[in-house]
Design a protein. Sequence first.
Length: 367
Amino acid sequence: MQTQNNITGAEFLSDLNVLLSTSVGLNRNVKQALRKLGEHEKADQVYIVSINHDMTFTITEEWTRNGDSVFPATDEKRSFYYDRKLEQDLERDNYIYIRDIEEVTNEGLKNIMRAMQVRCAIFLPLYVSSHLFSFLSLSRCGEQELWSEEDIAFLIQVASVMSGALEKELILRKLVKHHALYQDFIENRVDYILRLNRHLHISFSNKTFYSLFGDSPDDVIGCRIGDLMTEMDIPPKQLEAVAKHPDMLLTFHSTLAPADKVIFIEWYAYPVKLDREHIEIHLIGHNVTRFREMENELNVLRTDLQVFSESMFPMWKSICERVQNDTGNESGEEKDDLRKKTEIFNRFYEELLSKIGYKFAAHAYRS
Protein backbone atom coordinates (compact mmCIF):
# COMPACT_ATOMS: atom_id res chain seq x y z
CA MET A 1 0.00 0.00 0.00
CA GLN A 2 0.99 3.65 -0.44
CA THR A 3 1.03 5.78 2.71
CA GLN A 4 -0.11 9.37 2.80
CA ASN A 5 3.37 10.67 1.83
CA ASN A 6 3.56 8.42 -1.22
CA ILE A 7 6.01 5.92 0.21
CA THR A 8 5.15 2.27 0.48
CA GLY A 9 4.07 0.69 3.70
CA ALA A 10 7.22 -1.45 3.64
CA GLU A 11 9.39 1.68 3.36
CA PHE A 12 7.53 3.36 6.22
CA LEU A 13 7.91 0.26 8.43
CA SER A 14 11.61 0.07 7.56
CA ASP A 15 12.13 3.74 8.49
CA LEU A 16 10.15 3.23 11.70
CA ASN A 17 12.20 0.19 12.64
CA VAL A 18 15.46 2.13 12.14
CA LEU A 19 14.14 5.04 14.17
CA LEU A 20 13.20 2.81 17.10
CA SER A 21 16.16 0.43 16.88
CA THR A 22 18.47 2.57 19.00
CA SER A 23 18.12 2.49 22.78
CA VAL A 24 19.71 5.95 23.06
CA GLY A 25 16.96 8.52 23.43
CA LEU A 26 14.21 5.99 22.79
CA ASN A 27 11.54 8.17 24.40
CA ARG A 28 12.44 11.01 22.04
CA ASN A 29 12.37 8.62 19.09
CA VAL A 30 8.96 7.29 20.14
CA LYS A 31 7.59 10.83 20.11
CA GLN A 32 9.02 11.31 16.64
CA ALA A 33 7.53 8.00 15.53
CA LEU A 34 4.10 9.07 16.79
CA ARG A 35 4.40 12.32 14.84
CA LYS A 36 5.37 10.53 11.63
CA LEU A 37 2.56 8.01 12.11
CA GLY A 38 -0.01 10.72 12.80
CA GLU A 39 0.99 12.69 9.72
CA HIS A 40 0.94 9.60 7.50
CA GLU A 41 -2.44 8.46 8.73
CA LYS A 42 -4.04 11.94 8.79
CA ALA A 43 -4.76 11.45 12.47
CA ASP A 44 -5.37 14.33 14.85
CA GLN A 45 -4.17 12.50 17.95
CA VAL A 46 -1.82 9.54 18.51
CA TYR A 47 -1.23 8.05 21.96
CA ILE A 48 0.55 5.23 23.69
CA VAL A 49 -1.66 4.20 26.60
CA SER A 50 -0.13 2.00 29.31
CA ILE A 51 -2.15 -0.53 31.28
CA ASN A 52 -1.75 -0.22 35.05
CA HIS A 53 -2.10 -3.03 37.59
CA ASP A 54 -5.26 -1.49 39.03
CA MET A 55 -6.92 -1.71 35.60
CA THR A 56 -6.55 1.99 34.93
CA PHE A 57 -4.92 3.32 31.80
CA THR A 58 -2.36 6.11 31.68
CA ILE A 59 -1.27 8.20 28.68
CA THR A 60 2.52 7.73 28.54
CA GLU A 61 3.28 9.27 25.12
CA GLU A 62 1.18 11.56 22.94
CA TRP A 63 1.22 13.55 19.71
CA THR A 64 -1.47 15.95 18.60
CA ARG A 65 -1.68 17.76 15.29
CA ASN A 66 -2.09 21.18 16.93
CA GLY A 67 0.67 20.49 19.48
CA ASP A 68 -1.60 20.90 22.50
CA SER A 69 -2.00 18.18 25.11
CA VAL A 70 -5.61 17.07 25.37
CA PHE A 71 -5.17 15.93 28.97
CA PRO A 72 -4.37 18.03 32.05
CA ALA A 73 -0.84 17.84 33.42
CA THR A 74 -1.72 15.96 36.63
CA ASP A 75 -1.15 12.20 36.63
CA GLU A 76 -4.41 11.58 38.48
CA LYS A 77 -6.53 13.04 35.67
CA ARG A 78 -4.51 11.24 33.01
CA SER A 79 -5.80 7.89 34.26
CA PHE A 80 -9.26 6.47 33.54
CA TYR A 81 -11.06 3.17 33.99
CA TYR A 82 -12.44 0.95 31.33
CA ASP A 83 -13.97 -2.49 31.48
CA ARG A 84 -12.37 -5.86 30.94
CA LYS A 85 -14.33 -6.34 27.68
CA LEU A 86 -12.21 -3.74 25.84
CA GLU A 87 -9.03 -5.59 26.80
CA GLN A 88 -10.54 -8.93 25.72
CA ASP A 89 -11.62 -7.45 22.38
CA LEU A 90 -8.10 -6.16 21.80
CA GLU A 91 -6.59 -9.58 22.52
CA ARG A 92 -9.13 -11.40 20.31
CA ASP A 93 -9.27 -9.16 17.22
CA ASN A 94 -5.84 -7.52 17.52
CA TYR A 95 -7.48 -4.10 17.20
CA ILE A 96 -10.62 -2.14 18.06
CA TYR A 97 -12.05 0.23 15.49
CA ILE A 98 -14.57 2.77 16.74
CA ARG A 99 -16.19 4.31 13.65
CA ASP A 100 -18.55 6.45 15.70
CA ILE A 101 -18.16 7.23 19.39
CA GLU A 102 -21.93 6.91 19.82
CA GLU A 103 -21.39 3.16 19.33
CA VAL A 104 -19.21 3.01 22.48
CA THR A 105 -21.05 1.27 25.33
CA ASN A 106 -18.48 2.15 28.01
CA GLU A 107 -19.67 5.49 29.36
CA GLY A 108 -16.30 6.35 30.91
CA LEU A 109 -14.48 5.86 27.62
CA LYS A 110 -17.22 7.66 25.68
CA ASN A 111 -16.97 10.71 27.96
CA ILE A 112 -13.19 10.80 27.54
CA MET A 113 -13.51 10.63 23.74
CA ARG A 114 -16.13 13.37 23.73
CA ALA A 115 -13.84 15.58 25.79
CA MET A 116 -11.12 14.93 23.22
CA GLN A 117 -13.58 15.78 20.38
CA VAL A 118 -12.87 12.41 18.77
CA ARG A 119 -15.06 11.32 15.85
CA CYS A 120 -13.48 7.91 15.25
CA ALA A 121 -10.55 6.01 16.74
CA ILE A 122 -8.58 2.80 16.42
CA PHE A 123 -6.83 0.93 19.25
CA LEU A 124 -3.97 -1.52 18.57
CA PRO A 125 -2.38 -3.69 21.28
CA LEU A 126 1.32 -3.43 22.08
CA TYR A 127 2.58 -6.74 23.45
CA VAL A 128 5.68 -7.21 25.60
CA SER A 129 6.71 -10.82 26.29
CA SER A 130 3.35 -11.97 24.86
CA HIS A 131 1.43 -9.92 27.44
CA LEU A 132 -0.74 -6.91 26.70
CA PHE A 133 1.46 -4.11 28.00
CA SER A 134 -0.10 -1.02 26.43
CA PHE A 135 -1.87 -0.03 23.27
CA LEU A 136 -1.49 2.43 20.42
CA SER A 137 -4.40 4.77 19.82
CA LEU A 138 -5.05 6.90 16.72
CA SER A 139 -8.06 9.19 16.48
CA ARG A 140 -9.57 11.62 13.98
CA CYS A 141 -11.65 14.60 14.98
CA GLY A 142 -12.67 16.05 11.61
CA GLU A 143 -14.34 14.75 8.51
CA GLN A 144 -11.44 12.62 7.28
CA GLU A 145 -12.30 9.35 5.58
CA LEU A 146 -12.52 6.20 7.67
CA TRP A 147 -9.66 3.71 7.90
CA SER A 148 -9.93 0.88 5.40
CA GLU A 149 -9.16 -2.78 6.08
CA GLU A 150 -5.86 -2.31 4.24
CA ASP A 151 -5.06 0.67 6.48
CA ILE A 152 -5.84 -1.37 9.58
CA ALA A 153 -3.61 -4.25 8.40
CA PHE A 154 -0.78 -1.75 7.94
CA LEU A 155 -1.36 -0.26 11.41
CA ILE A 156 -1.22 -3.73 12.95
CA GLN A 157 2.28 -4.08 11.47
CA VAL A 158 3.21 -0.66 12.88
CA ALA A 159 2.04 -1.80 16.33
CA SER A 160 4.17 -4.94 15.99
CA VAL A 161 7.29 -2.87 15.26
CA MET A 162 6.57 -0.60 18.23
CA SER A 163 5.97 -3.61 20.50
CA GLY A 164 9.41 -4.94 19.60
CA ALA A 165 11.02 -1.59 20.39
CA LEU A 166 9.23 -1.30 23.74
CA GLU A 167 10.17 -4.86 24.71
CA LYS A 168 13.81 -4.23 23.82
CA GLU A 169 13.81 -1.03 25.88
CA LEU A 170 12.22 -2.81 28.86
CA ILE A 171 14.84 -5.56 28.71
CA LEU A 172 17.67 -3.02 28.47
CA ARG A 173 16.31 -1.08 31.45
CA LYS A 174 16.15 -4.27 33.50
CA LEU A 175 19.71 -5.15 32.51
CA VAL A 176 20.95 -1.68 33.45
CA LYS A 177 19.10 -1.84 36.76
CA HIS A 178 20.42 -5.30 37.57
CA HIS A 179 23.95 -4.27 36.59
CA ALA A 180 23.72 -1.21 38.83
CA LEU A 181 22.45 -3.33 41.72
CA TYR A 182 25.25 -5.85 41.13
CA GLN A 183 27.88 -3.12 41.05
CA ASP A 184 26.49 -1.57 44.22
CA PHE A 185 26.46 -4.98 45.91
CA ILE A 186 30.04 -5.75 44.90
CA GLU A 187 31.49 -2.32 45.63
CA ASN A 188 29.78 -1.56 48.92
CA ARG A 189 29.53 -4.88 50.71
CA VAL A 190 31.83 -5.34 53.69
CA ASP A 191 33.54 -8.44 52.28
CA TYR A 192 36.77 -8.25 50.31
CA ILE A 193 36.24 -9.36 46.70
CA LEU A 194 39.11 -10.03 44.31
CA ARG A 195 39.73 -11.76 41.02
CA LEU A 196 43.14 -13.18 40.16
CA ASN A 197 44.63 -14.39 36.90
CA ARG A 198 46.45 -17.71 36.63
CA HIS A 199 49.64 -16.11 37.94
CA LEU A 200 47.84 -14.73 41.03
CA HIS A 201 47.96 -11.11 39.86
CA ILE A 202 44.90 -9.06 40.82
CA SER A 203 42.63 -8.28 37.84
CA PHE A 204 39.68 -6.93 39.85
CA SER A 205 39.21 -5.51 43.35
CA ASN A 206 36.17 -4.08 45.05
CA LYS A 207 36.40 -0.85 47.04
CA THR A 208 36.47 -2.60 50.41
CA PHE A 209 39.80 -4.21 49.53
CA TYR A 210 41.62 -1.57 47.47
CA SER A 211 40.75 1.17 49.99
CA LEU A 212 43.11 -0.58 52.40
CA PHE A 213 45.98 0.44 50.12
CA GLY A 214 44.81 3.60 48.36
CA ASP A 215 41.99 5.50 46.73
CA SER A 216 41.80 3.67 43.40
CA PRO A 217 41.64 0.09 42.09
CA ASP A 218 44.87 0.92 40.24
CA ASP A 219 46.66 0.79 43.60
CA VAL A 220 46.23 -2.99 43.66
CA ILE A 221 45.40 -4.07 40.07
CA GLY A 222 48.34 -6.01 38.66
CA CYS A 223 49.88 -6.72 42.07
CA ARG A 224 50.61 -10.31 42.97
CA ILE A 225 48.34 -11.30 45.84
CA GLY A 226 51.23 -12.69 47.89
CA ASP A 227 53.04 -9.34 47.79
CA LEU A 228 50.13 -7.65 49.60
CA MET A 229 49.81 -10.34 52.27
CA THR A 230 52.16 -10.38 55.22
CA GLU A 231 51.34 -14.04 55.75
CA MET A 232 49.34 -16.83 54.04
CA ASP A 233 48.70 -20.26 55.53
CA ILE A 234 48.91 -21.98 52.12
CA PRO A 235 51.64 -21.95 49.47
CA PRO A 236 50.99 -19.96 46.25
CA LYS A 237 51.02 -23.17 44.17
CA GLN A 238 47.98 -24.43 46.04
CA LEU A 239 46.07 -21.24 45.20
CA GLU A 240 47.16 -21.41 41.54
CA ALA A 241 45.71 -24.92 41.34
CA VAL A 242 42.20 -23.53 41.85
CA ALA A 243 42.13 -22.32 38.21
CA LYS A 244 42.78 -25.89 37.02
CA HIS A 245 39.88 -27.55 38.86
CA PRO A 246 36.37 -26.29 37.89
CA ASP A 247 34.66 -27.62 41.05
CA MET A 248 37.32 -26.66 43.57
CA LEU A 249 36.58 -24.52 46.64
CA LEU A 250 39.63 -23.58 48.69
CA THR A 251 39.60 -21.96 52.13
CA PHE A 252 42.70 -20.27 53.52
CA HIS A 253 43.74 -17.49 55.90
CA SER A 254 46.04 -14.52 55.53
CA THR A 255 47.08 -11.37 57.34
CA LEU A 256 47.41 -7.84 55.98
CA ALA A 257 49.20 -4.94 57.61
CA PRO A 258 48.09 -1.74 55.84
CA ALA A 259 48.95 1.46 57.71
CA ASP A 260 50.47 -0.55 60.59
CA LYS A 261 47.10 -2.20 61.30
CA VAL A 262 47.02 -6.00 61.30
CA ILE A 263 43.95 -7.54 59.65
CA PHE A 264 43.15 -11.25 59.67
CA ILE A 265 41.15 -12.48 56.66
CA GLU A 266 39.49 -15.80 55.92
CA TRP A 267 39.36 -16.37 52.15
CA TYR A 268 37.20 -18.56 49.92
CA ALA A 269 38.65 -19.19 46.46
CA TYR A 270 36.95 -20.80 43.46
CA PRO A 271 37.42 -20.71 39.65
CA VAL A 272 35.40 -18.41 37.38
CA LYS A 273 35.18 -19.10 33.64
CA LEU A 274 35.07 -15.73 31.85
CA ASP A 275 35.04 -17.28 28.37
CA ARG A 276 35.96 -20.53 26.69
CA GLU A 277 39.71 -20.14 27.25
CA HIS A 278 39.88 -17.62 30.09
CA ILE A 279 39.60 -18.85 33.69
CA GLU A 280 40.37 -16.70 36.73
CA ILE A 281 40.24 -17.21 40.49
CA HIS A 282 37.49 -15.49 42.44
CA LEU A 283 38.23 -14.61 46.06
CA ILE A 284 35.78 -13.60 48.77
CA GLY A 285 37.38 -12.59 52.06
CA HIS A 286 35.83 -12.08 55.49
CA ASN A 287 37.52 -9.90 58.10
CA VAL A 288 37.98 -12.21 61.11
CA THR A 289 40.23 -9.87 63.09
CA ARG A 290 37.67 -9.44 65.88
CA PHE A 291 37.31 -13.21 66.26
CA ARG A 292 41.08 -13.61 66.43
CA GLU A 293 41.18 -10.94 69.13
CA MET A 294 38.44 -12.76 71.02
CA GLU A 295 40.40 -15.99 70.80
CA ASN A 296 43.49 -14.28 72.18
CA GLU A 297 41.54 -12.69 75.02
CA LEU A 298 39.88 -15.99 75.87
CA ASN A 299 43.32 -17.61 75.97
CA VAL A 300 44.44 -14.92 78.42
CA LEU A 301 41.36 -15.59 80.53
CA ARG A 302 42.09 -19.28 80.43
CA THR A 303 45.62 -18.58 81.68
CA ASP A 304 44.32 -16.28 84.43
CA LEU A 305 41.89 -18.96 85.57
CA GLN A 306 44.67 -21.53 85.59
CA VAL A 307 46.90 -19.27 87.65
CA PHE A 308 44.04 -18.50 90.03
CA SER A 309 43.27 -22.15 90.46
CA GLU A 310 46.87 -23.16 91.09
CA SER A 311 47.71 -20.33 93.46
CA MET A 312 44.45 -19.79 95.32
CA PHE A 313 43.01 -23.26 95.66
CA PRO A 314 45.39 -24.26 98.53
CA MET A 315 44.44 -21.06 100.35
CA TRP A 316 40.72 -21.71 99.74
CA LYS A 317 41.13 -25.28 100.99
CA SER A 318 42.93 -24.05 104.12
CA ILE A 319 40.18 -21.49 104.82
CA CYS A 320 37.46 -24.12 104.43
CA GLU A 321 39.23 -26.54 106.76
CA ARG A 322 39.76 -23.82 109.38
CA VAL A 323 36.08 -22.86 109.22
CA GLN A 324 34.89 -26.48 109.42
CA ASN A 325 37.20 -27.24 112.38
CA ASP A 326 36.34 -24.04 114.24
CA THR A 327 35.76 -24.94 117.92
CA GLY A 328 35.55 -21.39 119.15
CA ASN A 329 38.85 -21.75 121.05
CA GLU A 330 41.14 -20.15 118.41
CA SER A 331 43.48 -17.46 119.62
CA GLY A 332 43.30 -13.90 118.39
CA GLU A 333 46.39 -14.51 116.27
CA GLU A 334 44.77 -17.51 114.55
CA LYS A 335 41.62 -15.51 113.85
CA ASP A 336 43.66 -12.65 112.34
CA ASP A 337 45.47 -15.13 110.10
CA LEU A 338 42.15 -16.58 108.85
CA ARG A 339 40.76 -13.09 108.25
CA LYS A 340 43.84 -12.06 106.24
CA LYS A 341 43.71 -15.19 104.07
CA THR A 342 40.00 -14.60 103.44
CA GLU A 343 40.64 -10.98 102.44
CA ILE A 344 43.47 -12.00 100.10
CA PHE A 345 41.31 -14.67 98.49
CA ASN A 346 38.37 -12.30 98.07
CA ARG A 347 40.60 -9.63 96.54
CA PHE A 348 42.05 -12.03 93.94
CA TYR A 349 38.61 -13.43 93.21
CA GLU A 350 37.11 -9.97 92.68
CA GLU A 351 39.98 -8.98 90.38
CA LEU A 352 39.41 -12.09 88.29
CA LEU A 353 35.67 -11.47 88.10
CA SER A 354 36.16 -7.84 87.09
CA LYS A 355 38.60 -8.93 84.38
CA ILE A 356 36.18 -11.53 83.03
CA GLY A 357 33.25 -9.12 83.25
CA TYR A 358 35.15 -6.39 81.36
CA LYS A 359 36.12 -8.68 78.52
CA PHE A 360 32.63 -10.12 78.06
CA ALA A 361 31.05 -6.67 78.27
CA ALA A 362 33.48 -5.46 75.60
CA HIS A 363 32.57 -8.35 73.30
CA ALA A 364 28.86 -7.73 73.82
CA TYR A 365 29.32 -4.05 72.93
CA ARG A 366 31.23 -4.87 69.74
CA SER A 367 28.61 -7.39 68.67
